[in-house]
Write a protein that binds this ligand. Structure first.
Ligand SMILES: [Zn+2]
Length: 253
């Protein structure tokens, strides 16, 4: 599973995958109930309903009370533009049948004198499960081969992607061309959104908005300065993407 390959400036030590797996397998030493606010922080600033579902699914106790207000979310959401979610057409009926693809380019604030090397965040969202997967690249077309490899792996595992909803950015068409070419033979059907219908790709735009708001809330909660935020933005976004995987979804199978 591709969880994004951002390594920033060689200064951040990342745990090895086997270390993450070992940590995940370990039972917590104590299972003291958390306050809902603490759980909200730990689960990456997810909403109260989702926090409760996650805690229940993972057997974590919560203290009584409700999430009254998270200052960091309030600050993050104030900066957030709302994205209308418009769905149209026939919905996917199984995981990976249709994915939404888009990229955003990050710019540091004007006051910060460093650049973000992997400034292009590529996101795909599975329509059926709402799960999203990201990676970060210096160039806009940097995602192409990595995403082909991910989709190829999914196909080998019986989770084939059929339709790709995307906007008319040239790198998206290049991706489809390479994915369907001799090397990968992924047989994807592109569903490009026309110039006048950007809302058809709103599933992925909304996900970008969610991850960005949670990244801002984490940074705000950690009292990061603008320069620290710029150094950490890839890691924080990647963390927001992975914490979003905890959110419990119900699917009919
Ligand atoms: Zn929050």
């Amino acid at each position: 599973m591709n969880v994004g390959g951002s390594v920033l400036y060689g200064t951040i030590l990342k745990p090895k995958p086997e270390e993450i797996a070992a940590a995940a397998m370990q039972k917590p030493k104590t299972n003291k109930p958390m306050s809902i606010l603490e759980a909200h922080f730990k689960f990456g600033h997810t909403g109260e309903v989702d926090v409760r579902k996650i805690a229940k699914a993972y057997g974590l106790g919560l203290k009584q009370g409700s999430l009254l207000r998270c200052e960091s979310c309030a600050i993050a959401n104030a900066k957030q533009k709302s994205v209308p979610c418009i769905s149209e057409g026939k919905k996917a009926t199984k995981p990976n049948q249709r994915v939404y693809l888009d990229q955003m380019t990050m710019k540091p604030p004007a006051s910060v004198k460093i650049t973000i090397r992997n400034k292009n965040m590529r996101l795909i969202v599975d329509e059926y499960t709402s799960m999203s997967f990201a990676d970060f690249n210096p160039k806009k077309n940097g995602f192409i081969n990595k995403l082909c490899a991910t989709l190829y792996k999914w196909k080998q595992e019986g989770r084939e992607v059929k339709y790709v909803r995307m906007d008319n950015a040239p790198e998206n068409f290049k991706f489809i061309q390479i994915a369907n070419g001799q090397i990968w033979k992924l047989n994807l059907t592109e569903e490009a959104t026309g110039a006048g219908t950007p809302q058809r790709n709103s599933v992925v735009e909304k996900k970008f908005a969610t991850h960005t708001a949670r990244m801002r809330a984490m940074m705000s909660n950690a009292e990061c300065e603008d320069t620290q935020r710029t150094y950490l933005v890839n890691e924080a976004l990647n963390c927001a993407v992975m914490l979003d995987w905890l959110v419990v979804i119900e699917i009919d199978e």
